[in-house]
Design a protein around this ligand. Structure first.
Ligand code: 5AD
Ligand code: SF4
Length: 442
């Protein structure tokens, strides 16, 4: 049996695609391996959101080629594959096939062909209706947690972002299929689903079937309620787009215990002037109104964000506005990125005028600000009881377990009777830098 090793870069959508690729190959005569040196096929599922992610890909293919053993079949999938297509054969020596983001459903064909034909194979599947939505049933990152794509692609065209080009226009999966998938996962023992998409709250299916009878102005709110009604233990969703984030989403969370208390709402900049240049379609005051509603909730909703520093034209004042916004929002965590110009995006045509040294300074300052906020926020969790899904054993402690809370914090705890896949109440006793530590509450 030929063995396949998959390496995944980037977002949850890529993780979910890799899971589907692995499931599909393993059902069709291939065996998955976690040992790259042992693999007959190496698939690199790529991300193109920042330049560094692309560089990593070039380095990795070089390492595989020069590892001193018989070269495996090397396939490039994901966003870089979709964008660069067959030009990758000339850019990187040693690539055997290139498969785009919408061709995952046909991965077996291309891998089979790579063994029999072994020449530059390309499947970009430009037909947009062919994204493979099925949730992987055998090769997920966790037996208890499943990523369920509900919308793929992006129509927003924020000026810095390559995603609308690499993943194409927004496509929503019918609600009936999403609900059916969640029900199936539930009966197979899954305790937590993440409804995923570049902008989940822009969810707009072609028919309302499956949403009738569920309250809400937007299809997404109604979908949340429909998924909650399946009785799945825990439901998380990411990523939300600020402009489309309605207060009624918070209402739905408040009315359904199994809709988890975590919202990821990327703001990208704290300055209206920069938001305008990014074409984000919202202002800081509108964003703050949404944050106020989230913070006001009795559900104690954790809030996380993404931010880009050093966008073209960002002044010291714009950056200070971002720092103030962080103080205002008190995010539970924030992914901070230095602006990276992506060829083909409108921002690529703007002058990348914040110097690398200033980008680094601003990055470090914001990171420091966020660290202090996190310390403050984490203190508030002390003595609280959090509901934790037991996802794994801790390697460091005997009887140690690790999992996520409903507010998506990593919680480590010791117990002599907990089991994997259970949901437990854990009292937080200690705060560590990136995680919480606790004991099972009696
Ligand atoms: N440069 C830096 N960060 C970017 N992101 C997207 N495009 C770029 C870029 N060109 C960040 C955004 C987005 C996250 C997934 O990646 O913050 O929310
Ligand atoms: Fe990129 Fe903006 Fe779409 Fe997010 S919403 S994927 S940042 S274009």
């Amino acid at each position: 049996m030929k063995r396949v090793y998959i390496e995944t870069f980037g977002c949850q959508m890529n993780v979910s695609d890799s899971e589907r690729i692995a499931t599909s190959l393993s059902k069709n005569g291939y065996q998955m391996t976690s040992d790259e040196a042992d693999a007959d096929v190496v698939i690199l599922n790529t991300c193109s959101v920042r330049e560094r992610a692309e560089h990593k890909l070039y380095t990795r293919v070089g390492e595989i080629r020069h590892s001193g053993r018989k070269k495996p079949v090397v396939g490039i999938t994901g966003c870089v594959a979709q964008l660069d297509g067959e030009t990758l054969f000339d850019k990187i020596a040693g690539v055997d096939f290139v498969m785009g983001t919408r061709a995952t459903g046909r991965v077996v064909n291309i891998v089979d062909a790579a063994f029999t034909q072994r020449k530059r194979l390309v499947d970009l599947n430009e037909r947009e209706d062919e994204y493979d939505w099925t949730v992987a049933d055998t090769h997920r990152h966790s037996p208890y947690v499943a990523f369920v794509p509900i919308i793929e692609g992006c129509n927003k065209f924020c000026t810095y972002c390559i995603v609308p080009f690499s993943r194409g226009r927004e496509k929503s999966l019918p609600a009936t299929e999403i609900v059916a998938q969640v029900e199936k996962l539930k009966s197979s023992g899954v305790k937590e689903v993440h409804l995923i998409g570049q902008n989940v709250n822009s969810y707009r299916p072609t028919s309302n079937e499956g949403l009738d009878g569920f309250e809400g102005k937007s299809a997404f709110t109604r979908l949340l309620r429909a998924v909650a009604a399946t009785g799945m233990d825990r439901i998380k969703f990411t990523t939300s787009f600020p402009r489309d984030f309605r207060d009624e989403i918070v209402d739905a969370i408040e009315e359904n215990e199994n809709l988890c208390n975590w919202v990821h709402l990327p703001v990208q900049s704290g300055s209206d002037r920069i938001l305008e240049r990014m074409k984000r379609g919202h202002t800081i005051s509108r964003y703050k109104e949404k944050i106020d509603r989230i913070k006001k909730s009795h559900r104690n909703i954790a809030l996380t964000t993404d931010i880009i520093i050093g966008f073209p034209g960002e002044t010291e004042q714009d950056f200070e506005d971002t720092v103030s916004l962080f103080e205002y929002c008190e995010y539970d965590s924030a992914y901070i990125f230095k602006y990276s110009p992506r060829p083909g995006t409108p921002a690529y045509e703007m002058e990348d005028d914040v110097t690398p040294a200033d980008k680094t300074l601003r990055f470090l300052k914001l990171q420091e600000t966020q660290k202090k906020i996190e310390q403050r926020i984490h203190q508030r969790y002390l003595k609280q009881v959090l509901n934790v899904l037991v996802e794994g054993r801790s390697v460091r402690t005997e009887n140690g377990y690790t999992g996520h809370s409903t507010c998506h914090k990593v919680v480590n705890f010791v117990s002599d009777e907990a089991s994997l896949g259970e949901v437990r109440n854990v009292r937080i006793t200690e705060i560590k830098s990136n995680s919480l530590f606790g004991e099972v509450a009696r």
